[in-house]
Design a binder for this molecule. Structure first.
Ligand code: ADP
Ligand code: MG
Length: 263
């Protein structure tokens, strides 16, 4: 059975440490939610797992079925079975979705990939006209998210990191995309790390475990009830408000022009 094991993961971006020691283990077929406030480093975690450039890994490990992923280029991680559904999927002008997926699936059988793409497109309500067009170019936020789900459905990874699935999706689109990924966990044994700041996504992608992420690490873990608690109370318990800076006494740099009238 597949497992993704993250141990003591630390990473910095632009000289600032964002991940301060992440420990997490996700087994095949499970959905683990990582919930945290904006700016807490959730996308950084997704990018460091996937091998995006621009981050300095300071320590720890990320293993998929015992294979160390850190140090591998992103494409090797994908080859090992890892998939990242991005928070903001990128435009790739000049490369059609069909060409990208045929290459990614490592097959010369473009026709078979095209057929799978059409099936997946129909399943999640993604317009077929996008299949031959350059990846994500001129697509709305919601269409890009459907595109991510389509790629996942075609490539059938072992493990998916899904970053803010619900952003840009209306209720119907969220149902299509969420149900598609949930189905992959049930029928293909897909393991999912669902990164999110809100619990809206859990109506369709049901978490087996919920982790509170703040201060660059997992602070608490629990079941689905923890997501409800977070929705009701917010993240304050894990991110104590910083003390308000003391207001400096106001000093007018130009002085009071009427001061001498008062004397
Ligand atoms: P989240 O996804 O939880 O909202 P991010 O991982 O996107 O948070 O960002 C965490 C912190 O790292 C933020 O303070 C953000 O400004 C900073 N950060 C992210 N990427 C960069 C970058 N490329 N350069 C400088 N700072 C960055
Ligand atoms: Mg983010």
């Amino acid at each position: 059975m597949s497992t993704l094991v993250i141990e003591g993961l630390r990473a910095s971006v632009a000289g600032r440490e964002i991940l301060t020691g992440v420990d997490l283990e996700v087994a095949a077929g499970e959905v683990h939610a990582v919930m945290g406030p904006n700016g807490s480093g959730k996308s950084t975690l997704a990018h460091v797992i996937a091998g995006r450039h621009g981050y300095d890994v300071l320590g720890g490990s990320v293993r998929l079925d015992g294979t160390e992923l850190l140090g591998m280029p992103a494409w090797r991680r994908a080859e090992a079975g890892l998939f990242l559904a991005m928070q903001y999927p990128t435009e790739v002008p000049g490369v059609s979705l069909l060409d990208m997926l045929t290459e990614s699936a490592c097959t010369a059988e473009g026709a078979a990939v095209a057929e799978r793409m059409r099936e997946e497109a129909e399943r999640i309500g993604f317009d077929e006209k996008f299949l031959a067009r350059p990846v994500n170019v001129d697509l709305s936020g919601g269409e890009r998210k459907r595109n991510e789900a389509l790629q996942l459905g075609v490539l059938k990874p072992v493990f998916a990191v899904v970053d803010e699935l619900d952003s840009g999706l209306d209720v119907d689109a969220l149902r299509f995309v969420g149900d598609r990924i949930e189905d992959a966990t049930e029928h293909d044994g897909l393991g999912v790390l669902a990164i999110t700041h809100s619990s809206r996504v859990f109506d369709h992608l049901r978490p087996d475990a919920v982790h509170v992420f703040a201060g660059g690490r997992i602070q608490e873990s629990g079941g689905a009830e923890l997501a409800e608690e977070l929705e009701a109370e917010g993240y304050e318990r894990w991110t104590p408000a910083l003390p308000e800076p003391e207001a400096a006494p106001f000093t007018d740099p130009f002085g009071d022009p009427f001061a001498d009238l008062l004397t």
